[in-house]
Design a protein around this ligand. Sequence first.
Ligand SMILES: NC(=O)c1ccc[n+]([C@@H]2O[C@H](COP(=O)([O-])OP(=O)(O)OC[C@H]3O[C@@H](n4cnc5c(N)ncnc54)[C@H](OP(=O)(O)O)[C@@H]3O)[C@@H](O)[C@H]2O)c1
Length: 276
Amino acid sequence: MSNIVVINSTGKIGSRVAAHLMAKGLPYRGVSRRTEIPFDWQDERTWPQALAGGKSAFISFVPDLAAPGALAVMQRFVAAARDGGLGKLVLLTGRGEIGAVAAENAVRESGLAWTIVRAAWFNQNFSEGHLLESVLEGHLYMPAGDRREPFVDAEDVAEVATAALLDDRHTGQIYDVTGPELLSFDEVAQRLAGATHRPLQYVPVTIEEFHAGLLQTLGQEWADLLRTIADETLDGRNSWVGDGVQRALGRAPRDFQSFLQQALGAGTWNVPAAAE
Ligand SMILES: NC(=O)c1ccc[n+]([C@@H]2O[C@H](COP(=O)([O-])OP(=O)(O)OC[C@H]3O[C@@H](n4cnc5c(N)ncnc54)[C@H](OP(=O)(O)O)[C@@H]3O)[C@@H](O)[C@H]2O)c1
């Protein structure tokens, strides 16, 4: 019986939560649009079957809780989880996002047991996420000035989420999960360049320039969403190190250097550098 449901089990965090459960020999049901039992955030008709028999769920909303309409979807999802007999929800959110706090409140007021895993920017954005292309291309255009972010390792986020699914002592906790150090995008670019032996330059841009660039490549919807996320997370409000990993797991978070070593070992950036 798979009574733990992992929503977005193909994502950066969900896939790691699933791997932790598998390593512990614990049955779980991982769902996304592509799984045998599908789950689509945009299609509520898929939710009851995906949640059937579940007792707890890891929830990762895509594309992001900052997206327009995300709160309404999350409110309907929470109701579906309650109707489906789930007892515990572990919600992944982004630090500083207004939409994330609203979604957290929907989960906290659900009447179910809950844990909030409130994460900083993932290190893996540079190796598996939307910034991989920038690393490979050689320019990191971000509207962050010299503000610093406590980038967190996806492995730590997933480990905290897994612990929350399995141990009731995490119930009712909000974990600010961050890495152990504040890094500017310039420092990140330098470290990535040093580790990968590829040229990589951080180019600070205004939020308007950032949005205009995204409009050309990703279109209106994604450009607007990424501007909102940047606006709400890179203005300095998140420039502090959280204690979520230490509190939840009793150990210090992984640092950026260990991420670099892990990703280098996996051959993540092993493609020819872009021509000058
Ligand atoms: N990136 C960060 O730095 C960061 C920081 C803090 C918090 N967060 C939060 O993390 C969450 C995203 O987690 P993640 O980065 O692990 O995810 P992710 O890697 O972006 O997830 C990608 C997966 O989402 C699935 N997917 C796409 N559309 C879907 C839909 N309509 N319904 C169901 N599944 C769908 C796709 O699988 P299928 O094709 O199989 O559906 C795809 O494999 C967001 O809520 C974000 O706010 C991110």
